[in-house]
Design a protein around this ligand. Sequence first.
Ligand SMILES: Cc1cc2nc3c(=O)[nH]c(=O)nc-3n(C[C@H](O)[C@H](O)[C@H](O)COP(=O)(O)OP(=O)(O)OC[C@H]3O[C@@H](n4cnc5c(N)ncnc54)[C@H](O)[C@@H]3O)c2cc1C
Length: 330
Amino acid sequence: MKEKSYQLAIIGAGPAGIATAVENYLLGVRDIIILEKDENHNATIRKFYKDKKRVDKDWKGQKVELDGNIYFIDGTKESTLDFFDSVLENHSVELKTHTEVQKIVKEDDGFGVVITGETIKAKYVVVTIGRMGKPNKPSYKIPPTIRKKVDFTLESCSVGEKVLVVGGGDSAIEYAVELAKHNDVSICYRRETFRRANPTNQKDIDRVIKDGKVEPILGVNIESLEDDEGRVKVNYIGREPVSYDRVIYAIGGTTPSSFLSSSGIEERDGRPVHDDNYETRIEGLYVAGDITQESGGSIALGLNHGHAIANHLLQNDNTLRRDDDVIKVL
Ligand SMILES: Cc1cc2nc3c(=O)[nH]c(=O)nc-3n(C[C@H](O)[C@H](O)[C@H](O)COP(=O)(O)OP(=O)(O)OC[C@H]3O[C@@H](n4cnc5c(N)ncnc54)[C@H](O)[C@@H]3O)c2cc1C
């Protein structure tokens, strides 16, 4: 088995992972690797954001002051991905894609990062794998024959379909508003109002509902799904069933519990246990980004976590600083 050695290995190239790498680089740390299971960085943004989606810095109304060196502002899906492209290009951190990390193993002098057929050695490890690897699924069964008609992203959507979006947060609203441009859309939410959404999305959903472009099914729960000759029959509680061409769930993501437990990271109430510096109970092993948040974080929060971890690492280990002559290009 081949072994490589790095000062810092970061698992997951989303906003938190990239920020952790770049903030460390800017403090003079070298030999940093980001391991990403997908074909490019930011798989969550690429897969779950609709094209041209507005990207809010203060996502879900959470006002975040940026602490670090990455100057992130409101934009679109495309401008945000371009922004992270340039952040990576301007700093010498190695991004290894198509590399799914299976677990982290604590060793005497650091960590072994286990990927297929190889173990990468690193002095410190930061886990930033987000929560969207496994989107939340409904508690009832999805019949296998209609599984292709039940989605968690807009990837397979086409035009002229009768679509049901399930959920009432910002993502569900953005999906419904976008789909309503070319489809017959309903949105089903268990609560009576879209109170959790940010003001722009609330305005947008009110408008499409008022214009008759989206049918609201509010304060209603779904009991089950059935195959109706290849369509998805939704059995509502206290309401007549309706068949749709497609049903899209936008109900958040889950904690990657099996990854955390196989790496020995303790989990409590659906979150990895960590201190104020994002260090887990295993010295030198950190967590950052969405996995540290109860119900999803934001890009800006992930950037701040990366900055905090870089400062903590450098405060505790002066030997990490290899290069004082750092040029900031952000
Ligand atoms: C539809 C939608 C809309 C959103 N809109 C906004 C918005 O407008 N503004 C905003 O601030 N936030 C928004 N968010 C939230 C934002 O996307 C997240 O808070 C942010 O992406 C979290 O960053 P992260 O780095 O923690 O995780 P992620 O962005 O989820 O990145 C995790 C990365 O780790 C990789 N990975 C996972 N497991 C492994 C493994 N085992 N090995 C290697 N790599 C792995 C994944 O492929 C992924 O690239 C939105 C979220 C969704 C779903």
